[in-house]
Design a protein around this ligand. Structure first.
Ligand code: G1P
Length: 294
């Protein structure tokens, strides 16, 4: 990460949602544990945080998500069995998953929205900046490789410049605007934006606009891409945030309040978001990541 600001040690991964778009499988398998190749989605998200230098990972879970806790725990019986069978490489990989960082878990008591899930991290994070990675989204770099630090690195560089929170954004066509939090603002340097507005899942006609360096305004909108770097000031805003869109406590609403207090940067996503919000997207993510080994 950029030397201008102290490294960000802590990463928070909310993994507490219902997974409604993947029912019925999410009746018993958390969507973060659905497979991409031979690993669950959340494996790639943790790898990304670790690659960016995070040493402390807090995963926000809810009831029926204990398979996530198990995945990042040691499994001594399995390790012994693999070694006895001469499968040391596999045993080493199993150990590495649990020891690549210090893992912590906290439960969101009630599913009251993403903002409420992030608020559960307050005591653990304390008074330092932290990375937030949505555990149901894989980011790949410009070569299509997952688990790379580029998105968090660019957020850290923006934070080093301004001291304010930052979020990765990507340009989406009008027909996808209402699936995301969408920003308005001004491009101040190539790929670096000063944000002025944030709206959670707007209708396309209500989406705020972004002015580019050359003075043009893009058709469509610029949407949050599941990676954020927050100053700890976000928690006071989250604690005050009332239910918003869909009657949920929205992270985006707390971010808008934080923007008014200390400003906010947007950073163009370096690479691509694999949108695994539905079965077709999960299939496509599998096709992309499995074809890397081919
Ligand atoms: C959440 C956020 C939204 C963001 C999206 C993807 O929505 O509320 O602002 O754009 O993640 O980063 P969800 O996918 O949980 O509906």
């Amino acid at each position: 990460m950029n030397a201008a600001a102290a490294p960000v040690r802590k990463a928070v991964l909310p993994a507490a949602g219902f997974g409604t778009r993947f029912l019925p499988i999410t009746k018993s398998v958390p969507k973060e544990m659905l497979p991409v190749g031979d690993k669950p989605v959340i494996h790639y998200v943790v790898a990304e945080a670790v690659a960016a230098g995070c040493t402390d990972i807090l995963i926000i879970v809810s009831r029926d998500k204990s398979s996530i806790v198990d995945y990042f725990d040691r499994a001594p019986d399995l390790e012994r069995r693999l070694r006895a069978a001469g499968k040391d490489e596999l045993a080493d990989e199993i150990v590495r998953i649990a020891t690549q960082a210090r893992f912590h878990f906290v439960r969101q008591p009630e599913m009251k929205g993403l903002g409420d899930a992030v608020l559960q991290a307050r005591d653990h994070v304390g008074d330092e900046p932290f990375a937030l990675l949505l555990a149901d989204t894989i980011i790949v770099d410009s070569s299509g490789v997952p688990g790379q630090p580029a998105a968090l690195d660019t957020l850290h560089a923006a934070y080093g410049e301004t001291g304010a929170s930052a979020v990765v954004i990507e340009h989406v066509p009008a027909d996808r605007i209402s699936r995301y939090g969408v920003v308005g603002g001004t491009e101040r340097a190539p790929g670096r934006f000063t944000l002025e507005r944030m709206v959670e899942k707007p209708a396309p006609a209500e989406a705020p606009a972004v002015r580019r360096l050359d003075g043009t305004v893009d058709p469509g909108g610029w949407a949050f891409a599941a990676r954020y770097l927050f100053t700890p000031a976000v928690f006071a805003h989250l604690a005050r945030t009332r239910p918003g869109k869909n009657n949920e406590i929205q992270l985006t609403d707390a971010m808008a309040a934080l923007l008014a207090e200390e400003g906010f940067s947007g950073c163009r996503l370096p690479g691509e978001r694999l949108d695994i919000g539905n079965p077709r997207g999960l299939f496509e993510a599998n096709r992309r990541i499995l074809s890397l080994d081919a």
